[in-house]
Write a protein that binds this ligand. Sequence first.
Ligand code: AR6
Length: 192
Amino acid sequence: MEHLLFMFYKLPAMSSASYTIEILKADITKIIADAIVNAANTSLLGGGGVDGAIHRAGGPEILEQCRKIVARQGGCKTGEAVITTAGRLPAKYVIHTVGPVWNEGKYHEAEKLARCYTNALQLAIDNNCKTIAFPNISTGVYRFPKDIAAKIAVETVSDFLSKTNEIEKVTFVCFDDENSGLYEALLNLDLK
Ligand code: AR6
């Protein structure tokens, strides 16, 4: 199922970073990267969608580590991120972040979604990750409008990468045609 839709490579200019952003149409559990990101919930104890797929494919070690985090800090707040093993997955780590539930945009949802991306990227750097793959956080069960979410994801990640020199590649893993079309259009516009 995996196929590459778009790849952008930013050449290092004076005082700016070089990095690659790619868009894949794929199942994120199959991605080889230092870290894949999970769209979790505040309990960190699993759920449906991409969260269910990651725990199913990665095996019980991921949940064991999530439980330890819960015992230590009581779950994960919206916009924040925690890291665990990736268990049996081909990635090294899973970074679990909790996207906002869309509620007509009245509760700082855009800001909270942007924080998911920046906190996951910072946690990846703190764990020496060079490559990271994101799903389309909050655009499933949490009902965030896909067009607004894609714009936030692309802008937040591009901005972060242009200011740091530690992440080499970010992959946006899209699961449906609407999301992949939106990401392609945005990256063509913003980065070319
Ligand atoms: N690979 C990549 N993307 C996927 C996959 C997959 N295997 N499966 C689904 N998606 P969602 P949310 C896409 O609902 O909206 C969970 O129950 C999906 O098409 O997984 O952040 C958690 O426990 C969509 O575009 O996450 C929370 O309770 C995107 O992943 C809640 O859902 C996100 O959809 C979080 O809701």
